[in-house]
Design a protein around this ligand. Structure first.
Ligand code: MN
Length: 247
């Protein structure tokens, strides 16, 4: 097995004067690099076989933050409250998750990433937090992205509990959130107004967080620990597969 794990980081895109450029916040790469592992960015493409090949090159993956997922993926009409979406990114990530599931690779979803995991596995989203009158906290903080803005309470025995303990003070840059949790997932964290901020699959190596630990990892021990803990899980998984292939 490789000493340094290869962690695939899904890309986003921006349209600059008609030219679409692939890229993603470099803090994702820095956070992976800080764990002693190697990040590679996976660009948005459409060919399912090439996407599956990308996944096969990775020991683990990070599904990154970005624009909204088109609500047709969870069987809803698009409401006026929904934000920007990107059909090419939706298709790319859908093929990517099919490959991740088939190849049983560990994956960490962040922000849009937790939402995509939930939708892919059969859950739904609030198209806007304003659609639930209980959601009163500020989930789209207006400054200091590297610092927390609201508390989350964390379930004992979860992936997140092993990192933060029973609560954490996290940042928040989202206007959507999980509504119905996908089958075979459990909620691992919630904000104090009831927004789902963490999920994990009951049997697969699949975890998600609604906050942005990559923005906080340089000044928050817990968020640094989150990437370390993820890489330990990826390593355990890779070792387990290597061992069973050797037998
Ligand atoms: Mn939040």
């Amino acid at each position: 097995m490789r000493q340094r794990l290869v962690i695939g980081v899904t890309g986003g895109s921006t349209n600059v004067e008609g030219f679409v450029r692939g890229g993603i916040n470099e803090l994702y790469f820095k956070a992976v690099e800080a764990t002693g592992n190697t990040p590679i960015m996976l660009p948005i493409i459409q060919d399912a076989n090439s996407i599956a090949q990308m996944v096969s090159l990775c020991d683990g993956l990070i599904l990154t933050g970005g624009v909204d997922i088109h609500p047709r993926y969870y069987g809803e009409e698009i409401l006026k409250e929904c934000g920007d979406f990107d059909c090419f990114r939706d298709t790319f990530e859908w093929h990517l998750l099919e490959a991740v599931k088939k190849q049983n690779k560990p994956i960490l979803g962040i922000c849009r990433g937790i939402q995509m995991l939930n939708v892919f596995f059969g859950g739904t989203l609030y198209q806007d937090l304003g659609l639930n009158p209980n959601f009163l906290l500020m989930h789209h903080q207006k400054g200091s992205r590297g610092y927390g803005s609201h508390w989350i309470d964390i379930k004992e025995g979860s992936f997140l509990h092993a990192i933060f303990g029973s609560k954490a003070f996290v940042n928040s840059y989202h206007h959507q959130a999980i509504k119905e949790v996908a089958p075979h997932f459990k909620v691992t964290a919630q904000s104090r107004d009831g927004v789902i901020e963490g999920i994990e699959h009951m049997t697969l190596p699949v975890w998600g967080v609604q906050f942005h630990p990559e923005m906080m990892f340089e000044n928050d021990e817990g968020c640094r620990h989150l990437f370390e803990h993820f890489s330990i899980k990826v390593k355990e998984h890779a070792t387990c597969i290597t061992t069973s292939e050797e037998q």
